[in-house]
Write a protein that binds this ligand. Sequence first.
Ligand SMILES: [Zn+2]
Ligand SMILES: [Zn+2]
Ligand SMILES: [Zn+2]
Length: 51
Amino acid sequence: MATGKKCKHPSCTCIVPDGESYCSTFCSDAKDITELACQCDHPDCQGSLLK
Ligand SMILES: [Zn+2]
Ligand SMILES: [Zn+2]
Ligand SMILES: [Zn+2]
């Protein structure tokens, strides 16, 4: 079943559509910055909750 896959940003937990790699431009721009919490601002993203 194709249920989507996780955003490639290490801290991001968003599910992206098939064929996409990142849920947002933030994640795409931050792909090389692994220390930051995700700031994609999607309510379902757990990475944005990290303090
Ligand atoms: Zn995120
Ligand atoms: Zn993301
Ligand atoms: Zn997101």
